[in-house]
Design a protein around this ligand. Sequence first.
Ligand code: ADP
Ligand code: MG
Length: 578
Amino acid sequence: MRSLLKLYRNLKPFFLLIVGAVVLTYLQVMANLELPTLMSNIVDKGIITGDIAYIWKEGGYMLLIAGAGGVCAVLASLMAARTAIGLGKTVRNQIFTHVENFSLHEFDKFGASTLLTRTTNDIVQIQTSTVWFLTMIENALFTSVGAAILAYAADPQLTRILYVALPLVVVVIVVVTSLVVPLFRLVQVEIDKITRVVRENITGIRVVRAFNRIDHEKARFERANADVTTTYIKVNRIMAVLMPLMMMLLNVVIVAILWFGSARVDTGNLSLGSMLAFMQYALQIMVALLMLTVMFIQLPRSAAASDRVVAVLETRPEIADAAETRQIEAIRGHVAFRDVTFSYDGGEEPALSNITFEANPGETTAIIGSTGSGKSTLVSLIPRFYDVDSGKVLVDGVDVRELAQEDLRHRIGFVPQKAVLFTGTVADNIRYGNREATDVDVAQAATVAQAAEFIESMPDGYATMLSEGGLNLSGGQKQRLAMARALVRRPEIYIFDDSFSALDFTTDAKLRTALRGETRDATVIIVAQRVGSIMNADRIIVLDEGRVAGIGTHKELMDTCDVYREIVYSQLSEEELA
Ligand code: ADP
Ligand code: MG
Protein backbone atom coordinates (compact mmCIF):
# COMPACT_ATOMS: atom_id res chain seq x y z
CA MET A 1 0.00 0.00 0.00
CA ARG A 2 2.74 2.38 1.00
CA SER A 3 4.57 1.70 -2.23
CA LEU A 4 1.46 2.56 -4.21
CA LEU A 5 1.32 5.91 -2.48
CA LYS A 6 4.97 6.41 -3.29
CA LEU A 7 4.28 5.87 -6.96
CA TYR A 8 1.33 8.23 -6.74
CA ARG A 9 3.70 11.06 -5.95
CA ASN A 10 4.35 11.04 -9.67
CA LEU A 11 0.79 12.18 -10.20
CA LYS A 12 1.59 15.81 -9.47
CA PRO A 13 1.76 16.94 -13.10
CA PHE A 14 -1.71 15.49 -13.62
CA PHE A 15 -3.28 17.50 -10.84
CA LEU A 16 -5.74 19.35 -13.08
CA LEU A 17 -6.86 16.19 -14.83
CA ILE A 18 -7.41 14.51 -11.48
CA VAL A 19 -9.46 17.41 -10.16
CA GLY A 20 -11.42 17.35 -13.41
CA ALA A 21 -12.11 13.63 -13.09
CA VAL A 22 -13.21 13.99 -9.47
CA VAL A 23 -15.48 16.97 -10.13
CA LEU A 24 -17.07 15.35 -13.17
CA THR A 25 -17.62 12.12 -11.28
CA TYR A 26 -19.25 14.10 -8.51
CA LEU A 27 -21.56 15.81 -11.03
CA GLN A 28 -22.43 12.47 -12.56
CA VAL A 29 -23.32 11.04 -9.17
CA MET A 30 -25.44 14.06 -8.37
CA ALA A 31 -27.31 13.59 -11.64
CA ASN A 32 -27.85 9.92 -10.82
CA LEU A 33 -29.13 10.76 -7.37
CA GLU A 34 -31.54 13.29 -8.81
CA LEU A 35 -33.26 10.79 -11.10
CA PRO A 36 -35.21 8.67 -8.54
CA THR A 37 -36.60 11.82 -6.91
CA LEU A 38 -37.78 13.12 -10.27
CA MET A 39 -39.31 9.76 -11.01
CA SER A 40 -41.09 9.72 -7.71
CA ASN A 41 -42.56 13.14 -8.54
CA ILE A 42 -43.75 11.91 -11.92
CA VAL A 43 -45.47 8.94 -10.28
CA ASP A 44 -47.06 10.91 -7.45
CA LYS A 45 -47.96 14.13 -9.26
CA GLY A 46 -48.27 13.01 -12.86
CA ILE A 47 -49.34 9.42 -13.29
CA ILE A 48 -51.63 9.23 -10.28
CA THR A 49 -53.36 12.52 -11.01
CA GLY A 50 -53.30 12.00 -14.78
CA ASP A 51 -51.46 15.28 -15.44
CA ILE A 52 -49.95 14.49 -18.86
CA ALA A 53 -48.32 17.93 -19.26
CA TYR A 54 -46.49 17.46 -15.97
CA ILE A 55 -45.24 14.04 -17.04
CA TRP A 56 -43.86 15.49 -20.28
CA LYS A 57 -42.19 18.35 -18.52
CA GLU A 58 -40.59 16.34 -15.72
CA GLY A 59 -39.81 13.47 -18.10
CA GLY A 60 -37.95 15.83 -20.41
CA TYR A 61 -36.05 17.19 -17.45
CA MET A 62 -35.13 13.63 -16.42
CA LEU A 63 -33.79 12.89 -19.89
CA LEU A 64 -31.72 16.05 -19.82
CA ILE A 65 -30.19 15.21 -16.44
CA ALA A 66 -29.51 11.62 -17.44
CA GLY A 67 -27.80 12.88 -20.61
CA ALA A 68 -25.69 15.37 -18.70
CA GLY A 69 -24.71 12.64 -16.22
CA GLY A 70 -23.67 10.42 -19.11
CA VAL A 71 -21.49 13.13 -20.64
CA CYS A 72 -19.84 13.76 -17.26
CA ALA A 73 -19.13 10.05 -16.87
CA VAL A 74 -17.47 9.82 -20.28
CA LEU A 75 -15.32 12.90 -19.69
CA ALA A 76 -14.34 11.70 -16.22
CA SER A 77 -13.19 8.33 -17.58
CA LEU A 78 -11.24 10.07 -20.28
CA MET A 79 -9.39 12.24 -17.78
CA ALA A 80 -8.78 9.32 -15.47
CA ALA A 81 -7.41 7.23 -18.31
CA ARG A 82 -5.10 10.04 -19.39
CA THR A 83 -3.79 10.37 -15.87
CA ALA A 84 -3.22 6.66 -15.46
CA ILE A 85 -1.46 6.28 -18.78
CA GLY A 86 0.69 9.30 -17.98
CA LEU A 87 1.60 7.74 -14.65
CA GLY A 88 2.48 4.47 -16.37
CA LYS A 89 4.74 6.30 -18.79
CA THR A 90 6.53 8.18 -16.01
CA VAL A 91 7.09 5.08 -13.91
CA ARG A 92 8.26 3.00 -16.86
CA ASN A 93 10.77 5.72 -17.65
CA GLN A 94 11.92 5.81 -14.05
CA ILE A 95 12.46 2.06 -13.93
CA PHE A 96 14.38 2.05 -17.17
CA THR A 97 16.63 4.94 -16.17
CA HIS A 98 17.18 3.46 -12.75
CA VAL A 99 17.96 0.00 -14.03
CA GLU A 100 20.50 1.48 -16.43
CA ASN A 101 22.43 2.57 -13.36
CA PHE A 102 22.35 -0.86 -11.78
CA SER A 103 25.67 -2.56 -11.34
CA LEU A 104 25.94 -6.15 -12.47
CA HIS A 105 25.36 -7.10 -8.88
CA GLU A 106 21.75 -5.86 -9.01
CA PHE A 107 21.11 -7.57 -12.34
CA ASP A 108 22.35 -10.81 -10.80
CA LYS A 109 20.01 -10.23 -7.89
CA PHE A 110 16.76 -9.53 -9.77
CA GLY A 111 17.17 -11.50 -12.97
CA ALA A 112 16.06 -10.27 -16.36
CA SER A 113 12.60 -11.86 -16.48
CA THR A 114 11.27 -10.20 -13.41
CA LEU A 115 12.65 -6.85 -14.50
CA LEU A 116 10.73 -7.31 -17.73
CA THR A 117 7.44 -8.18 -16.01
CA ARG A 118 7.90 -5.36 -13.59
CA THR A 119 8.22 -2.81 -16.39
CA THR A 120 5.26 -4.21 -18.31
CA ASN A 121 2.60 -6.27 -16.55
CA ASP A 122 3.00 -4.73 -13.13
CA ILE A 123 2.74 -1.22 -14.45
CA VAL A 124 -0.42 -2.13 -16.34
CA GLN A 125 -1.91 -3.29 -13.04
CA ILE A 126 -1.08 0.02 -11.45
CA GLN A 127 -2.56 1.87 -14.40
CA THR A 128 -5.79 -0.08 -14.17
CA SER A 129 -6.30 0.60 -10.51
CA THR A 130 -5.50 4.27 -10.99
CA VAL A 131 -8.36 4.67 -13.46
CA TRP A 132 -10.66 2.95 -11.03
CA PHE A 133 -9.49 5.00 -8.10
CA LEU A 134 -10.16 8.19 -9.98
CA THR A 135 -13.67 7.26 -11.06
CA MET A 136 -15.22 4.19 -9.45
CA ILE A 137 -14.09 4.69 -5.89
CA GLU A 138 -15.45 8.19 -5.59
CA ASN A 139 -18.47 7.25 -7.56
CA ALA A 140 -19.14 4.48 -5.06
CA LEU A 141 -18.44 6.68 -2.05
CA PHE A 142 -20.48 9.68 -3.22
CA THR A 143 -23.30 7.42 -4.32
CA SER A 144 -23.54 5.36 -1.17
CA VAL A 145 -23.52 8.40 1.12
CA GLY A 146 -25.91 10.43 -1.05
CA ALA A 147 -28.26 7.56 -1.71
CA ALA A 148 -28.34 6.63 1.97
CA ILE A 149 -29.39 10.16 2.94
CA LEU A 150 -32.01 10.35 0.20
CA ALA A 151 -33.35 6.89 0.99
CA TYR A 152 -33.75 7.91 4.61
CA ALA A 153 -35.48 11.09 3.48
CA ALA A 154 -37.86 9.07 1.29
CA ASP A 155 -38.92 6.84 4.17
CA PRO A 156 -37.10 6.39 7.49
CA GLN A 157 -39.15 3.27 8.29
CA LEU A 158 -38.05 1.31 5.24
CA THR A 159 -34.42 2.15 5.96
CA ARG A 160 -34.49 -0.62 8.55
CA ILE A 161 -34.38 -3.13 5.71
CA LEU A 162 -30.99 -1.70 4.80
CA TYR A 163 -29.77 -2.07 8.37
CA VAL A 164 -30.08 -5.81 7.87
CA ALA A 165 -29.08 -6.08 4.23
CA LEU A 166 -25.96 -3.91 4.13
CA PRO A 167 -23.97 -5.74 6.83
CA LEU A 168 -24.69 -8.98 4.95
CA VAL A 169 -23.27 -7.44 1.79
CA VAL A 170 -20.19 -6.34 3.69
CA VAL A 171 -19.67 -9.84 5.09
CA VAL A 172 -19.83 -11.34 1.61
CA ILE A 173 -17.35 -8.76 0.35
CA VAL A 174 -14.87 -9.35 3.15
CA VAL A 175 -14.99 -13.12 2.75
CA VAL A 176 -14.53 -12.99 -1.01
CA THR A 177 -11.71 -10.45 -0.85
CA SER A 178 -9.76 -12.39 1.72
CA LEU A 179 -10.01 -15.51 -0.43
CA VAL A 180 -9.12 -13.88 -3.71
CA VAL A 181 -6.30 -11.52 -2.78
CA PRO A 182 -3.63 -14.14 -1.92
CA LEU A 183 -4.44 -15.91 -5.16
CA PHE A 184 -3.76 -12.78 -7.16
CA ARG A 185 -0.37 -12.44 -5.51
CA LEU A 186 0.35 -15.96 -6.62
CA VAL A 187 -0.67 -15.11 -10.17
CA GLN A 188 2.01 -12.46 -10.35
CA VAL A 189 4.77 -14.82 -9.29
CA GLU A 190 3.53 -17.35 -11.82
CA ILE A 191 3.52 -14.82 -14.62
CA ASP A 192 7.18 -14.15 -13.79
CA LYS A 193 7.81 -17.84 -14.24
CA ILE A 194 6.13 -17.92 -17.66
CA THR A 195 8.16 -14.94 -18.78
CA ARG A 196 11.34 -16.70 -17.69
CA VAL A 197 10.54 -19.88 -19.58
CA VAL A 198 9.55 -18.00 -22.73
CA ARG A 199 12.64 -15.82 -22.57
CA GLU A 200 15.02 -18.71 -22.12
CA ASN A 201 13.39 -20.51 -25.00
CA ILE A 202 13.59 -17.62 -27.37
CA THR A 203 17.20 -16.79 -26.60
CA GLY A 204 18.20 -20.43 -26.47
CA ILE A 205 16.22 -21.64 -29.44
CA ARG A 206 19.28 -23.08 -31.22
CA VAL A 207 20.26 -25.17 -28.24
CA VAL A 208 16.71 -26.34 -27.73
CA ARG A 209 16.56 -27.49 -31.36
CA ALA A 210 20.04 -28.96 -31.44
CA PHE A 211 19.49 -31.08 -28.36
CA ASN A 212 15.98 -32.09 -29.34
CA ARG A 213 14.62 -30.67 -26.14
CA ILE A 214 11.49 -29.26 -27.74
CA ASP A 215 9.22 -31.69 -25.90
CA HIS A 216 10.99 -31.03 -22.64
CA GLU A 217 10.66 -27.29 -23.08
CA LYS A 218 7.03 -27.66 -24.12
CA ALA A 219 6.37 -29.58 -20.93
CA ARG A 220 8.16 -26.93 -18.91
CA PHE A 221 6.06 -24.20 -20.48
CA GLU A 222 2.87 -26.19 -20.07
CA ARG A 223 3.60 -26.63 -16.39
CA ALA A 224 4.14 -22.91 -15.87
CA ASN A 225 1.10 -22.15 -17.99
CA ALA A 226 -1.05 -24.68 -16.14
CA ASP A 227 -0.07 -23.14 -12.81
CA VAL A 228 -1.34 -19.72 -13.83
CA THR A 229 -4.45 -21.24 -15.34
CA THR A 230 -5.25 -23.19 -12.19
CA THR A 231 -4.86 -20.14 -10.03
CA TYR A 232 -6.98 -18.03 -12.35
CA ILE A 233 -9.68 -20.70 -12.38
CA LYS A 234 -9.70 -20.71 -8.60
CA VAL A 235 -10.06 -16.95 -8.59
CA ASN A 236 -12.88 -17.07 -11.08
CA ARG A 237 -14.69 -19.78 -9.18
CA ILE A 238 -14.83 -17.53 -6.17
CA MET A 239 -15.80 -14.53 -8.24
CA ALA A 240 -18.48 -16.62 -9.95
CA VAL A 241 -20.11 -17.17 -6.57
CA LEU A 242 -19.89 -13.49 -5.71
CA MET A 243 -22.11 -12.16 -8.49
CA PRO A 244 -25.15 -14.46 -8.03
CA LEU A 245 -24.88 -14.06 -4.28
CA MET A 246 -24.98 -10.30 -4.59
CA MET A 247 -27.85 -10.50 -7.10
CA MET A 248 -29.79 -12.67 -4.71
CA LEU A 249 -29.24 -10.24 -1.88
CA LEU A 250 -30.29 -7.42 -4.18
CA ASN A 251 -33.51 -9.15 -5.15
CA VAL A 252 -34.33 -10.08 -1.58
CA VAL A 253 -33.96 -6.40 -0.71
CA ILE A 254 -36.31 -5.43 -3.55
CA VAL A 255 -38.90 -7.94 -2.43
CA ALA A 256 -38.59 -6.73 1.15
CA ILE A 257 -39.06 -3.13 0.09
CA LEU A 258 -42.11 -4.01 -1.98
CA TRP A 259 -43.53 -6.15 0.85
CA PHE A 260 -43.15 -3.68 3.68
CA GLY A 261 -43.45 -0.61 1.45
CA SER A 262 -46.75 -1.60 -0.13
CA ALA A 263 -48.23 -2.17 3.34
CA ARG A 264 -47.20 1.38 4.23
CA VAL A 265 -48.56 2.69 0.91
CA ASP A 266 -51.86 0.94 1.69
CA THR A 267 -52.18 2.60 5.06
CA GLY A 268 -51.34 5.92 3.43
CA ASN A 269 -48.09 6.44 5.33
CA LEU A 270 -45.99 6.40 2.17
CA SER A 271 -46.59 7.61 -1.38
CA LEU A 272 -46.12 5.16 -4.24
CA GLY A 273 -43.51 7.47 -5.79
CA SER A 274 -41.49 7.62 -2.57
CA MET A 275 -41.48 3.85 -2.30
CA LEU A 276 -40.18 3.50 -5.84
CA ALA A 277 -37.55 6.20 -5.17
CA PHE A 278 -36.49 4.37 -2.02
CA MET A 279 -36.09 1.19 -4.00
CA GLN A 280 -33.88 2.96 -6.54
CA TYR A 281 -31.68 4.41 -3.81
CA ALA A 282 -31.32 1.04 -2.13
CA LEU A 283 -30.21 -0.42 -5.45
CA GLN A 284 -27.73 2.38 -6.00
CA ILE A 285 -26.16 1.74 -2.60
CA MET A 286 -25.77 -1.95 -3.27
CA VAL A 287 -24.29 -1.44 -6.71
CA ALA A 288 -21.85 1.05 -5.19
CA LEU A 289 -20.78 -1.57 -2.66
CA LEU A 290 -20.30 -4.04 -5.45
CA MET A 291 -18.04 -1.54 -7.20
CA LEU A 292 -16.09 -1.17 -4.00
CA THR A 293 -15.66 -4.94 -3.89
CA VAL A 294 -14.07 -4.96 -7.30
CA MET A 295 -11.80 -2.19 -6.05
CA PHE A 296 -10.93 -4.12 -2.92
CA ILE A 297 -9.86 -6.99 -5.11
CA GLN A 298 -7.87 -4.86 -7.53
CA LEU A 299 -6.23 -2.82 -4.82
CA PRO A 300 -4.05 -5.59 -3.35
CA ARG A 301 -3.07 -6.62 -6.87
CA SER A 302 -1.86 -3.13 -7.58
CA ALA A 303 -0.31 -2.92 -4.16
CA ALA A 304 1.65 -6.10 -4.88
CA ALA A 305 2.56 -4.78 -8.32
CA SER A 306 3.72 -1.47 -6.92
CA ASP A 307 5.70 -3.25 -4.19
CA ARG A 308 7.60 -4.97 -6.95
CA VAL A 309 8.07 -1.78 -8.94
CA VAL A 310 9.17 0.22 -5.91
CA ALA A 311 11.55 -2.58 -4.91
CA VAL A 312 13.34 -1.96 -8.19
CA LEU A 313 13.22 1.80 -7.85
CA GLU A 314 14.51 1.73 -4.30
CA THR A 315 17.36 -0.63 -4.91
CA ARG A 316 20.39 1.56 -4.55
CA PRO A 317 22.99 0.40 -7.01
CA GLU A 318 25.72 -1.16 -4.92
CA ILE A 319 28.22 0.64 -7.06
CA ALA A 320 27.70 4.38 -6.99
CA ASP A 321 30.07 7.26 -7.33
CA ALA A 322 31.67 8.37 -4.09
CA ALA A 323 30.44 11.68 -2.70
CA GLU A 324 33.75 13.22 -3.65
CA THR A 325 35.36 11.70 -6.67
CA ARG A 326 38.98 12.18 -7.58
CA GLN A 327 40.51 13.00 -10.91
CA ILE A 328 43.47 11.17 -12.31
CA GLU A 329 46.24 13.69 -12.66
CA ALA A 330 48.45 12.13 -15.28
CA ILE A 331 46.36 9.77 -17.34
CA ARG A 332 48.47 6.90 -18.55
CA GLY A 333 46.41 3.81 -18.04
CA HIS A 334 48.48 2.07 -15.41
CA VAL A 335 46.48 -0.71 -13.73
CA ALA A 336 47.39 -2.33 -10.43
CA PHE A 337 45.75 -4.95 -8.22
CA ARG A 338 46.81 -4.93 -4.57
CA ASP A 339 45.89 -8.05 -2.64
CA VAL A 340 42.41 -8.18 -4.17
CA THR A 341 39.88 -10.68 -2.89
CA PHE A 342 36.42 -10.86 -4.36
CA SER A 343 33.43 -13.17 -4.08
CA TYR A 344 30.08 -13.16 -5.80
CA ASP A 345 26.94 -13.02 -3.71
CA GLY A 346 26.09 -16.53 -2.68
CA GLY A 347 29.45 -17.86 -3.72
CA GLU A 348 31.02 -19.76 -0.83
CA GLU A 349 34.58 -19.57 -2.03
CA PRO A 350 35.98 -16.25 -3.20
CA ALA A 351 36.14 -16.11 -7.00
CA LEU A 352 39.47 -14.29 -6.60
CA SER A 353 41.88 -14.38 -3.67
CA ASN A 354 44.88 -12.19 -2.91
CA ILE A 355 45.51 -11.04 -6.45
CA THR A 356 48.43 -8.66 -6.81
CA PHE A 357 49.90 -7.56 -10.13
CA GLU A 358 50.61 -4.54 -12.27
CA ALA A 359 49.90 -3.79 -15.91
CA ASN A 360 51.94 -1.00 -17.42
CA PRO A 361 51.21 1.33 -20.30
CA GLY A 362 52.96 0.28 -23.48
CA GLU A 363 52.93 -3.34 -22.38
CA THR A 364 50.71 -6.32 -22.94
CA THR A 365 49.60 -8.20 -19.88
CA ALA A 366 48.05 -11.57 -20.52
CA ILE A 367 45.86 -13.61 -18.24
CA ILE A 368 45.60 -17.33 -18.78
CA GLY A 369 44.02 -20.13 -16.82
CA SER A 370 41.45 -22.90 -17.12
CA THR A 371 37.75 -22.04 -17.45
CA GLY A 372 36.27 -20.94 -14.16
CA SER A 373 39.64 -19.85 -12.83
CA GLY A 374 38.38 -16.27 -12.49
CA LYS A 375 39.78 -14.53 -15.57
CA SER A 376 36.56 -12.76 -16.56
CA THR A 377 35.91 -11.90 -12.95
CA LEU A 378 39.35 -10.32 -12.66
CA VAL A 379 38.97 -8.07 -15.67
CA SER A 380 35.43 -7.06 -14.69
CA LEU A 381 36.88 -5.45 -11.57
CA ILE A 382 38.83 -2.92 -13.61
CA PRO A 383 35.81 -1.04 -15.05
CA ARG A 384 34.31 -1.52 -11.58
CA PHE A 385 31.46 -3.78 -12.67
CA TYR A 386 31.81 -5.18 -9.16
CA ASP A 387 33.50 -3.88 -6.04
CA VAL A 388 36.26 -5.83 -4.34
CA ASP A 389 35.75 -7.38 -0.89
CA SER A 390 39.21 -6.39 0.23
CA GLY A 391 42.33 -5.00 -1.35
CA LYS A 392 42.44 -2.36 -4.04
CA VAL A 393 42.16 -1.96 -7.76
CA LEU A 394 44.16 1.08 -8.82
CA VAL A 395 44.10 2.95 -12.11
CA ASP A 396 46.96 5.40 -12.41
CA GLY A 397 47.44 5.12 -8.68
CA VAL A 398 43.84 5.99 -7.76
CA ASP A 399 41.45 3.46 -6.26
CA VAL A 400 38.68 2.86 -8.82
CA ARG A 401 36.13 3.42 -6.05
CA GLU A 402 37.29 7.00 -5.77
CA LEU A 403 36.92 7.74 -9.46
CA ALA A 404 33.72 8.81 -11.17
CA GLN A 405 32.48 5.72 -12.99
CA GLU A 406 32.06 7.68 -16.18
CA ASP A 407 35.65 8.96 -16.06
CA LEU A 408 36.96 5.52 -15.29
CA ARG A 409 35.06 3.74 -18.03
CA HIS A 410 35.91 6.47 -20.49
CA ARG A 411 39.52 5.31 -20.27
CA ILE A 412 38.70 1.69 -20.95
CA GLY A 413 37.97 -0.17 -24.17
CA PHE A 414 36.28 -3.32 -22.94
CA VAL A 415 35.61 -6.30 -25.16
CA PRO A 416 33.45 -8.72 -23.18
CA GLN A 417 33.80 -12.46 -23.49
CA LYS A 418 30.36 -12.69 -25.03
CA ALA A 419 30.15 -10.10 -27.78
CA VAL A 420 26.97 -8.06 -27.51
CA LEU A 421 25.70 -6.10 -30.48
CA PHE A 422 22.66 -3.88 -30.78
CA THR A 423 20.00 -3.55 -33.43
CA GLY A 424 21.30 -1.03 -35.95
CA THR A 425 23.88 -0.78 -38.72
CA VAL A 426 27.44 -2.09 -38.52
CA ALA A 427 28.74 1.47 -38.33
CA ASP A 428 26.28 2.31 -35.52
CA ASN A 429 27.58 -0.64 -33.56
CA ILE A 430 31.21 0.37 -33.94
CA ARG A 431 30.42 4.00 -33.24
CA TYR A 432 28.81 2.87 -29.98
CA GLY A 433 32.34 3.03 -28.60
CA ASN A 434 32.79 6.67 -29.53
CA ARG A 435 29.95 8.82 -30.73
CA GLU A 436 32.25 11.36 -32.35
CA ALA A 437 34.10 8.85 -34.50
CA THR A 438 34.23 9.80 -38.18
CA ASP A 439 33.62 7.31 -40.97
CA VAL A 440 37.38 7.12 -41.40
CA ASP A 441 37.88 6.30 -37.72
CA VAL A 442 35.24 3.62 -37.94
CA ALA A 443 36.82 2.06 -41.02
CA GLN A 444 40.26 2.27 -39.41
CA ALA A 445 39.08 0.49 -36.28
CA ALA A 446 37.39 -2.17 -38.38
CA THR A 447 40.60 -2.70 -40.34
CA VAL A 448 42.68 -3.18 -37.21
CA ALA A 449 40.08 -5.56 -35.80
CA GLN A 450 40.30 -7.54 -39.08
CA ALA A 451 36.63 -6.86 -39.63
CA ALA A 452 36.89 -4.58 -42.67
CA GLU A 453 37.05 -7.41 -45.14
CA PHE A 454 33.85 -9.16 -44.14
CA ILE A 455 32.03 -5.86 -43.55
CA GLU A 456 32.86 -4.70 -47.07
CA SER A 457 31.64 -7.96 -48.53
CA MET A 458 28.24 -7.49 -46.93
CA PRO A 459 25.46 -6.13 -49.20
CA ASP A 460 25.40 -2.62 -47.74
CA GLY A 461 28.89 -2.53 -46.22
CA TYR A 462 29.00 -0.40 -43.10
CA ALA A 463 25.31 0.47 -43.55
CA THR A 464 24.24 -3.17 -43.31
CA MET A 465 21.56 -3.62 -40.69
CA LEU A 466 22.36 -6.15 -37.98
CA SER A 467 19.36 -8.09 -36.84
CA GLU A 468 18.63 -8.26 -33.13
CA GLY A 469 21.85 -8.98 -31.25
CA GLY A 470 23.75 -9.52 -34.50
CA LEU A 471 22.17 -12.92 -35.17
CA ASN A 472 23.18 -12.72 -38.82
CA LEU A 473 26.89 -12.80 -37.93
CA SER A 474 29.22 -15.59 -36.93
CA GLY A 475 30.72 -15.68 -33.45
CA GLY A 476 34.12 -14.54 -34.71
CA GLN A 477 32.57 -11.73 -36.73
CA LYS A 478 30.67 -10.49 -33.71
CA GLN A 479 33.83 -10.53 -31.64
CA ARG A 480 35.72 -8.54 -34.23
CA LEU A 481 32.96 -5.91 -34.33
CA ALA A 482 33.06 -5.73 -30.55
CA MET A 483 36.81 -5.21 -30.79
CA ALA A 484 36.42 -2.47 -33.39
CA ARG A 485 33.97 -0.82 -31.02
CA ALA A 486 36.64 -0.78 -28.30
CA LEU A 487 39.37 0.38 -30.66
CA VAL A 488 37.45 3.34 -32.03
CA ARG A 489 37.43 4.70 -28.51
CA ARG A 490 41.20 5.05 -28.43
CA PRO A 491 41.30 4.45 -24.67
CA GLU A 492 44.30 4.20 -22.38
CA ILE A 493 43.37 0.70 -21.26
CA TYR A 494 42.28 -2.14 -23.52
CA ILE A 495 40.69 -5.22 -22.07
CA PHE A 496 40.08 -8.20 -24.33
CA ASP A 497 38.25 -10.95 -22.51
CA ASP A 498 38.85 -14.09 -24.50
CA SER A 499 38.29 -12.16 -27.71
CA PHE A 500 40.60 -14.27 -29.80
CA SER A 501 39.21 -17.72 -29.12
CA ALA A 502 36.57 -17.59 -31.85
CA LEU A 503 39.15 -16.55 -34.47
CA ASP A 504 41.11 -18.86 -36.72
CA PHE A 505 44.87 -18.92 -36.24
CA THR A 506 45.69 -16.74 -39.25
CA THR A 507 43.24 -14.01 -38.30
CA ASP A 508 44.38 -14.25 -34.70
CA ALA A 509 47.99 -13.64 -35.74
CA LYS A 510 47.14 -10.80 -38.15
CA LEU A 511 44.97 -9.17 -35.55
CA ARG A 512 47.66 -9.28 -32.89
CA THR A 513 50.18 -7.68 -35.23
CA ALA A 514 47.74 -4.90 -36.19
CA LEU A 515 46.83 -4.37 -32.55
CA ARG A 516 50.43 -3.92 -31.52
CA GLY A 517 50.74 -0.89 -33.79
CA GLU A 518 47.41 0.54 -32.69
CA THR A 519 47.82 0.13 -28.95
CA ARG A 520 51.47 1.11 -28.68
CA ASP A 521 51.19 3.45 -25.66
CA ALA A 522 48.16 1.83 -24.08
CA THR A 523 47.87 -0.75 -21.36
CA VAL A 524 46.63 -3.94 -22.99
CA ILE A 525 45.13 -6.71 -20.93
CA ILE A 526 44.36 -9.88 -22.83
CA VAL A 527 42.51 -12.85 -21.44
CA ALA A 528 43.23 -15.90 -23.53
CA GLN A 529 42.79 -19.62 -23.69
CA ARG A 530 45.43 -20.28 -26.31
CA VAL A 531 49.04 -20.02 -25.27
CA GLY A 532 49.89 -19.09 -28.86
CA SER A 533 47.90 -15.87 -28.55
CA ILE A 534 49.84 -14.59 -25.59
CA MET A 535 53.26 -16.18 -25.69
CA ASN A 536 54.88 -12.87 -26.61
CA ALA A 537 53.14 -10.84 -23.93
CA ASP A 538 55.35 -8.74 -21.66
CA ARG A 539 53.80 -10.35 -18.64
CA ILE A 540 51.65 -13.42 -18.25
CA ILE A 541 49.51 -13.96 -15.19
CA VAL A 542 48.53 -17.56 -14.59
CA LEU A 543 45.30 -17.98 -12.66
CA ASP A 544 44.32 -21.16 -10.92
CA GLU A 545 41.08 -21.36 -8.93
CA GLY A 546 41.04 -17.63 -8.31
CA ARG A 547 44.66 -17.45 -7.18
CA VAL A 548 47.78 -16.27 -8.95
CA ALA A 549 49.83 -19.36 -9.76
CA GLY A 550 52.62 -17.39 -11.38
CA ILE A 551 53.56 -14.12 -13.02
CA GLY A 552 56.30 -13.63 -15.58
CA THR A 553 57.23 -13.94 -19.21
CA HIS A 554 56.68 -17.12 -21.14
CA LYS A 555 60.29 -18.14 -20.59
CA GLU A 556 60.27 -17.45 -16.86
CA LEU A 557 56.98 -19.26 -16.34
CA MET A 558 58.19 -22.30 -18.26
CA ASP A 559 60.94 -22.61 -15.69
CA THR A 560 59.00 -21.78 -12.56
CA CYS A 561 55.28 -22.43 -12.92
CA ASP A 562 53.85 -25.96 -13.03
CA VAL A 563 50.34 -24.82 -13.88
CA TYR A 564 51.64 -22.83 -16.84
CA ARG A 565 53.79 -25.70 -18.09
CA GLU A 566 50.78 -27.99 -17.97
CA ILE A 567 48.73 -25.57 -20.07
CA VAL A 568 51.55 -25.18 -22.54
CA TYR A 569 52.23 -28.91 -22.91
CA SER A 570 48.56 -29.61 -23.44
CA GLN A 571 48.45 -27.13 -26.35
CA LEU A 572 51.76 -26.94 -28.15
CA SER A 573 53.69 -29.63 -29.96
CA GLU A 574 57.41 -30.23 -29.46
CA GLU A 575 58.37 -28.29 -32.59
CA GLU A 576 56.36 -25.24 -31.58
CA LEU A 577 58.02 -25.27 -28.20
CA ALA A 578 61.47 -25.38 -29.61
P1 ADP B 1 36.76 -17.62 -16.39
O1 ADP B 1 36.51 -16.35 -17.11
O2 ADP B 1 38.17 -17.81 -15.97
O3 ADP B 1 36.29 -18.80 -17.16
P2 ADP B 1 34.92 -16.56 -14.48
O4 ADP B 1 35.65 -15.38 -13.98
O5 ADP B 1 33.85 -16.33 -15.46
O6 ADP B 1 35.97 -17.63 -15.03
O7 ADP B 1 34.30 -17.33 -13.23
C1 ADP B 1 35.01 -17.60 -12.05
C2 ADP B 1 34.08 -18.20 -11.01
O8 ADP B 1 33.10 -17.27 -10.60
C3 ADP B 1 33.34 -19.41 -11.52
O9 ADP B 1 33.39 -20.39 -10.50
C4 ADP B 1 31.93 -18.95 -11.72
O10 ADP B 1 31.03 -19.96 -11.37
C5 ADP B 1 31.81 -17.78 -10.77
N1 ADP B 1 30.95 -16.73 -11.34
C6 ADP B 1 31.13 -16.06 -12.50
N2 ADP B 1 30.19 -15.11 -12.70
C7 ADP B 1 29.36 -15.16 -11.64
C8 ADP B 1 28.18 -14.44 -11.24
N3 ADP B 1 27.67 -13.45 -11.98
N4 ADP B 1 27.61 -14.78 -10.06
C9 ADP B 1 28.12 -15.76 -9.30
N5 ADP B 1 29.22 -16.48 -9.62
C10 ADP B 1 29.85 -16.20 -10.76
MG1 MG C 1 35.71 -15.95 -18.86
